[in-house]
Design a binder for this molecule. Structure first.
Ligand code: SF4
Length: 287
């Protein structure tokens, strides 16, 4: 599908969090509206596609709107939002991003995320969480390492399974191997790196997978679509093809028992370095 890419001047860039994200960060930040990864594997169950206000009923993955004034907005608003966040949440923390990917291929053209990270280097938040589905995050490794010395910073790289392909479904935006290599490089650079197995998809060789994750990342977070998609019992995801895909590979995987089994294996290989669900995204790990 052709991705329609346009630009806009946004009215604000730091959004005070609501709902489940409040326990993760005081603010979310979306450099883009829309996401060109919507037509890849992660887009199949992506909860953002159900937000009509955001999509305007356009097919998810068909458009990307770059917020070209994002860095200027951050510069103008960060002190006011910092004061609000520190009074309300105890710290100014940013989750980037919850409704797009900050490191889309379009970043090469528009450089919106890069410009925001540059601006943050002058006025860093207390905590920055960078959430991505792609190895293209490495294009900003210089700024990320610089920022990591100025604030608490975590990189979350989503790797939903050890399988490179799921028959009949789109390819991931970035191969498993490339994402794991990116994690390893960032970890070596001293950046706290977390693999988010979210949503958890059927894993072919769990022992081997979590052993590898223990080497390439500081921690791992597992999140099942039931309880993890912001709706009761995963009803939002159940409207998509994702549960069918999961059941066709492992009939037990659409149930929470599968999550329990994978958490038990992950704990064996990463003791004290495993988080589950929203607690994991917030950095609260099991002990
Ligand atoms: S990268 Fe994130 S926002 Fe974009 S389609 Fe995938 S899950 Fe949705």
């Amino acid at each position: 599908m052709h991705v329609h890419a346009t630009t806009t001047e946004a009215r604000s860039i730091l959004t005070r969090t609501s709902g489940y994200l409040t326990t993760v960060a005081s603010h979310s930040l979306q450099p883009y509206r829309g996401c060109s990864f919507g037509q890849s594997l992660c887009g199949v169950g992506c909860y953002v596609q159900h937000n009509r206000f955001l999509t305007g009923s356009a097919p998810w993955g068909s458009f990307v709107v770059a917020k070209t004034n994002a860095a200027a907005l951050y510069r103008a608003d960060n002190e006011r939002e910092r004061r609000w966040a520190q009074a309300r949440h105890g710290e100014f923390s940013i989750f980037m991003s919850s409704a797009t990917d900050p490191f889309l291929p379009h970043e090469k053209t528009f450089g919106v995320s890069r410009s925001i990270l540059q601006e943050m280097a002058h006025a860093p938040p207390d905590l920055l969480i960078l959430q991505t589905h792609t190895h293209l995050i490495m294009d900003c490794a210089d700024l990320i390492t610089q920022l990591a010395s100025r604030c608490r910073l975590r990189v979350h790289i989503s790797v939903e399974s050890d399988r490179e392909r799921f028959a009949g479904f789109p390819a991931p935006a970035s191969s498993v191997e490339k994402r794991l290599c990116a994690a390893q490089k960032l970890k070596k650079l001293g950046v706290r790196t977390v693999i988010t197995v979210a949503p958890l998809l059927p894993i072919c060789e769990p022992e081997k997978f979590f052993q590898r994750l223990s080497e390439v990342a500081d921690a791992v977070v597992l999140d099942h679509f039931i309880g993890g998609d912001g709706s009761k019992n995963g009803t939002r995801t159940k409207k998509t093809m994702l549960p069918t895909l999961m059941a066709s590979i492992d009939p037990t995987s659409p149930s929470l028992l599968y999550l329990d089994r994978m958490v038990e294996i992950a704990n064996r290989f990463l003791p004290g370095r495993v988080g589950v669900g929203i607690d994991g995204f917030a950095g609260r790990l099991t002990t």
